[in-house]
Ligand binder design. Structure first.
Ligand code: SF4
Length: 363
């Protein structure tokens, strides 16, 4: 059964490193967006009731007011059925817009998993990133979620930040682990074109990041959060089912600006331009697409390999991989980047940090 992804394209302010489709929005703009989302969801009614997981991401979905959240869940229930009956329902939040009232509302709506943005534990670093919430805000939001009964929380963490030392990073990991998260998504800073960081000339620090990443991955694993994907760590039974479906090349429907879908072998993505998305929906037209293509044969297998190799368990070494990508896999085996274990193929754990070198072989 497919997953359902909803993109909420609003944030209180733009972080310096962010290249997601998100921007500040007024209450009226969010209301109009919800109307457009409702229309897009109605246009997908043929898929109603067929979803196994839900992921509300962004942007900052928690920016919605309580009445807007009620409206959002009414839209979602119409398409996906009762949220509490799904195999997993995740909601992304940022601390500046998540209080006890919203935590309770999410719980009552049937959400089982919340992902909260942390990135760093030092306020000076958070300010440098352009984050709105400081570490004290994160603690308050985290406590509100626990008090509402959430026992499946993710925190996003970053390393390789401008001016961040290995000691800063070790402090952040220790700070986060004391909160006993069930899941951590952990990324090294990347500076993407078009972001405020790129405009300000902020540079990536691959070497510094690699050291921090390895230290962070080791600390997370020592604390019982097993690495199950390049950037994701979880306690047993707490892996993200929604994301595991992506990495298994499973089907999903994405609604909202920039949301991608993969259904019936076709992958596509809505325009990232929220105004264009809303305009089309209100006019009764489908959202303009960034791309739309049907994956077949070798391209489909290549994508399955690249997605599957993101997981530490790797992929089953099936005949089509053997036949169509024999040279590539042999080159990578010889270079010591991947390894075989029984009938599966995986990136060597110590090489996960340089996974892009592996993926390049399959592009
Ligand atoms: S909160 Fe997340 S989505 Fe919003 S601007 Fe910051 S990084 Fe981007």
């Amino acid at each position: 059964m497919p997953g359902l992804y909803i993109h909420i394209p609003f944030c209180r302010a733009k972080c310096g490193y962010c290249d997601f489709a998100s921007a500040p929005g007024t209450t009226d703009e969010i209301d109009v967006f919800l109307r457009a989302l409702e229309l897009e969801a109605a246009s997908c009614a043929a898929l109603a009731g067929q979803f196994s997981t839900l992921y509300v991401g962004g942007g900052t979905p928690s920016l919605l007011s309580p009445p807007q959240l009620e409206k959002l869940f009414a839209i979602l229930e119409k398409l996906a059925g009762p949220v509490k009956d799904l195999a997993e329902a995740t909601f992304e939040a940022n601390p500046e817009s998540l209080d006890a009232e919203k935590a309770g509302l999410l719980k009552r709506a049937g959400v089982g998993r919340v992902s909260l943005g942390l990135q760093a534990s030092q306020d000076a670093l958070l300010r440098r990133l352009g984050r709105v919430a400081m570490s004290g805000d994160f603690l308050k939001a985290w406590d509100a979620l626990r008090a509402a009964g959430f026992d499946n929380l993710n925190a996003d963490l970053m390393c390789g930040l401008p001016g961040q030392t290995p000691a800063d990073f070790a402090e952040a990991i220790g700070w986060l682990l004391r909160l006993k998260p069930e899941h951590v998504s952990f990324y090294a800073l990347e500076v993407h074109e078009g972001t405020p960081f790129a405009a300000a000339g902020v540079k990536e620090d691959p070497e510094g990041s690699a050291g921090m990443y390895e230290a962070g991955a080791a600390a997370l694993q020592a604390a019982g959060l097993g690495r199950y994907e390049i950037s994701n760590f979880a306690r047993p039974g707490r892996q993200s089912l929604h994301n595991l479906n992506y990495w298994a090349q499973g089907e999903y429907l994405g609604l909202g600006p920039a949301a991608a879908s993969y259904l019936g072998g076709e992958r596509r993505a809505n325009t990232a331009d929220t105004a264009a998305y809303v305009k089309a929906a209100l006019a009764g037209a489908p959202a303009p697409q960034q791309y739309r293509e049907t994956l077949t044969g070798r391209a489909r297998t290549a994508e399955r390999i690249m997605l599957g190799l993101r997981r530490t368990a790797g992929i089953e070494l099936t005949d089509d991989i053997f036949i169509e990508f024999k040279d590539e896999t042999e080159r990578l085996l010889k270079a010591g980047l991947i390894e075989r274990g029984g009938s599966s193929l995986r990136i060597k754990p110590e090489r996960l940090y340089v996974s892009n070198a592996v993926f390049r072989e399959f592009v």
